[in-house]
Design a protein around this ligand. Structure first.
Ligand SMILES: [Zn+2]
Length: 309
């Protein structure tokens, strides 16, 4: 009966190993994260703009990290946006929506999942928005809709281009129709921006899905995307289950979406500032900037001009 004892002892060991596995919070608060080659220090990853030096995976970043990288630390001012009444439907699932909001606010230090800022790029003043995936999956509710509209209003009042960094799983189910109506509101707001002939540039980051893809993320004058970002409407498993076909490799990743025409250009995080600046110069017809860029990197500029046309 020795083998029974051995098996039981082995089982105990396994249980211990499972018990000492770090929790989600512990992983988030630790100095380490993981990528293709196993554990990697967050400090090292941060130095490389949160991009893995081995596999070039563009890790998810929050709004301030995004603005710091693209516009430079202390080179932007965050604008306070209106926050409508929380939890309009008094919604509860396994947890109350009020508690989820409280937790998300504590975790991210933000009032809602979107951050609006005014800044400049290549001496062009712009209004910009980023979403934080850590705020209830970057989903869009009434507060995020308000933030988006506030950003557009700021753009129009100051006659500035509008740059959006998308990220999020879609509309926020805890706000039901209130959330879905944000698709219409953001679309109508973008129309106003276009009536004012102001450039609207979208940068798709990982992940951009659902109602976000079905509204403001696909209405830009130009769509840039970070490498390997998930850009989708419905999930791949849902699609595979519906069409009953094997989906192609890299399905719904930005490289695939570029081939199908929904993305104009894939841009590495380190090049975003330069590319957005050049694009805005072209769209705003600031010829001196275009000429100087053309002299420096003519091929690069040609591809951007093609994307802009
Ligand atoms: Zn990696």
């Amino acid at each position: 009966m020795n083998w029974i004892k051995k098996t039981l002892r082995f089982g105990e060991k396994i249980k211990k190993i499972i018990k000492i596995r770090a929790s989600k919070e512990e992983i988030e608060n630790s100095d380490w994260t993981s990528c293709c080659k196993g554990p990697i220090l967050k400090v090292d990853l941060e130095e490389n703009l949160w991009v893995c030096p081995s596999c070039n995976k563009h890790h998810r970043i929050n709004c301030r990290q995004r603005f710091d990288i693209v516009f430079g630390k202390n080179n932007y001012e965050v604008l306070k946006t209106p926050i409508p009444q929380d939890d309009p439907l008094n919604f509860s699932d396994t947890k109350s929506y009020k508690d989820r909001l409280k937790l998300a606010r504590k975790k991210t230090g933000m009032d809602c999942g979107m951050m609006v800022a005014k800044t400049n790029i290549k001496n062009i003043n712009i209004t910009t928005i980023a979403s934080d995936f850590n705020f209830i999956g970057g989903s869009i509710g009434a507060a995020e809709g308000e933030a988006f509209l506030y950003g557009i209003q700021h753009s129009i009042e100051n006659q500035q281009p509008f740059i959006v960094f998308t990220s999020g799983g879609g509309m926020r189910m805890m706000e039901s129709l209130v959330s879905l109506s944000q698709m219409t509101r953001t679309t109508l707001a973008i129309n106003e921006l276009k009536k004012n002939n102001l450039p609207y540039v979208v940068v798709l980051t990982d992940p951009t899905a659902g109602g976000i893809t079905a509204s403001y993320a696909m209405l830009g004058d130009i769509h840039l995307a970070e490498p390997g970002a998930l850009v989708a409407f419905a999930g791949a498993r849902v699609i595979q289950g519906t069409v009953r076909e094997q989906l192609p490799e890299g399905f719904q990743r930005s490289e695939y979406v570029e081939k199908t025409g929904f993305v104009d250009l894939i841009v590495e995080r380190k090049d975003l500032r330069e590319k957005i600046g050049t694009l805005l110069s072209i769209l705003l017809k600031k010829n001196s900037v275009i000429n100087s860029t053309e002299n420096e990197t003519s091929e690069d500029s040609r591809s951007l001009t093609k994307a802009a046309s």
